[in-house]
Design a protein around this ligand. Structure first.
Ligand code: NIG
Ligand code: FE
Length: 425
């Protein structure tokens, strides 16, 4: 019985989006190529994809005792990979959200001591268990929208102890819960209250105490910095990234979000894996990223939420050969959404990406940006069976219908981790 229950055949998938292709991030026209199998099927053994083909092909090879899952003509695709989130925080910023409706800007709120710093105060006051409980709730939100792997940043602790506390929560989330988590240290997210006016002392704390402790405990794979003239300028960001790299961490960077500061060039110079946001990037910045093969991670839900317009120039980036990624930027301030389908809708309507391109940007390209392109992001033999059955017949419906949740059943390693209850027909 044990051996039998470990193999699962998924049959009758109206469209099986395998995303099969070259074993690297996809660029230019490759972003449109989803490698769809009509009436597709997949055989999963011990949590790993063994065979992909048509239903007829896979059915003819089935032995007795295979567990069968009927795709019922639905669209099946790899679990989404969300390559940029800030999911561990206490409280909300719903008061600031309301204030912004009256015209106060995100930057003005931050200058008055709100914004990231207000979440830092609440996060410091919260216990590890409280933060874990809150983040588990958000974990379930990611899953129900079809996301199976999340990059998660610290950055609301901003003291040695509180940053470690947040990173321990991220580690625990990955141990006990699906989706899978990829941890990133973002101690350089903001200058906390007690270091106002002495920013260089805070930078020294990040470099001399936080980073070594994080690296020693193995609590992060990546280091990120909020590179922005009024927060961590290019020279300061460089110092932090150099220290992180020397400790063996890989690099990501919040770049050219609120101003064009040369952060894209810094990402290229430092061989960062990704440069994220890039709403203010220009043509020369795009060329620099292309030459250095830095992957842009675009976060249109934050532009939508801040209501400022100015989406990142995704089309120009695709034309320049960049391996574009889309992510939610889930956080309590600029982007309180865990929904990649919502991001796909914005990317199609405001960035002129095609529905197919948005799916490549949130599966295989996102997986490569997290160093996991060899085990997730596409449905190919040898990869982990992270897949989602969406309640639609045409994959374009995922970005077309907005404000609904199409994910009907979500699987991680071949095990069901979310199933929508059938309350209505
Ligand atoms: O990516 N820009 C910096 N960090 C986040 C916002 C975090 C917050 O507002 O709490 C971002 O948009
Ligand atoms: Fe962010």
């Amino acid at each position: 019985m044990e051996a039998e229950s470990r193999s699962l055949a998924v049959l009758n998938c109206g469209e099986l989006l395998t995303l099969a292709g070259p074993a690297r991030p996809r660029v230019r026209d490759e972003l449109k190529e989803l490698s769809i199998i009509k009436d597709g099927a997949m055989l999963v053994r011990d949590g790993v994809i063994e065979r992909v083909g048509t239903t007829e092909e896979v059915r003819s090879e089935l032995g007795p005792g295979n567990k069968i899952l009927d795709g019922a003509g639905r669209v099946v695709l790899p679990g989404f990979v969300d390559a940029h989130t800030h999911p561990v925080f206490a409280g909300t910023r719903v008061d600031e959200f309301e204030l912004r409706t009256t015209g106060t800007t995100y930057e003005q709120i931050a200058e008055r001591g709100g914004g990231i710093r207000s979440t830092v105060r609440k996060t410091r006051a919260a216990s590890e268990q409280e933060l874990f409980d809150g983040a588990q709730r958000y974990s379930s939100w990611f899953l129900r929208t079809g996301t199976t792997t999340i990059e998660a940043k610290s950055g609301y602790g901003l003291s040695v102890e509180d940053e470690l506390k947040v990173l321990r929560v991220i580690r625990r989330l990955g141990e006990v819960h699906s989706p899978a988590y990829v941890p990133t240290f973002l101690g350089a997210h903001e200058i906390p209250d007690e270091y106002r006016g002495k920013a260089s002392e805070y930078v020294n704390l990040v470099i001399n105490e936080m980073l070594p402790a994080v690296a020693k405990l193995g609590l992060a794979e990546y280091c990120d910095v909020f590179c922005e003239p009024k927060v961590f300028d290019v020279a300061t960001s460089r110092r932090i990234l150099q220290a992180a790299r020397a400790l063996g961490l890989k690099l990501r960077l919040h770049a050219d979000q609120l101003s064009r500061s040369g952060a894209a060039e810094l990402a290229a110079e430092m061989n960062a894996v990704t440069a994220d946001h890039l709403e203010r990037i220009d043509n020369s910045g795009i060329e620099v990223l292309a030459a250095a093969r830095v992957q842009p991670v675009l976060l249109p839900a934050s532009v939508y939420t801040l209501g400022t317009g100015g989406f990142a120039p995704a089309r120009k980036m695709i034309d320049a050969g960049l391996a574009v990624v889309l992510a939610t930027d889930f956080n309590p301030g600029s982007s309180p959404t865990p929904s990649l389908p919502f991001v796909l809708s914005i990317a199609c309507t405001h960035m002129r990406m095609t529905p197919a391109e948005t799916l490549t940007a949130t599966t295989v390209n996102a997986a490569y940006s997290l160093g996991r392109g060899n085990c997730i992001g596409s449905l190919e033999p040898g990869k982990r069976a992270d897949f989602v059955i969406h309640d639609c017949r045409d994959y374009r419906e995922i970005s077309y219908f907005s404000g609904i949740e199409s994910a009907e059943a979500v699987f991680v390693g071949g095990e069901v981790v979310f199933r929508r209850s059938q309350t209505s027909a």
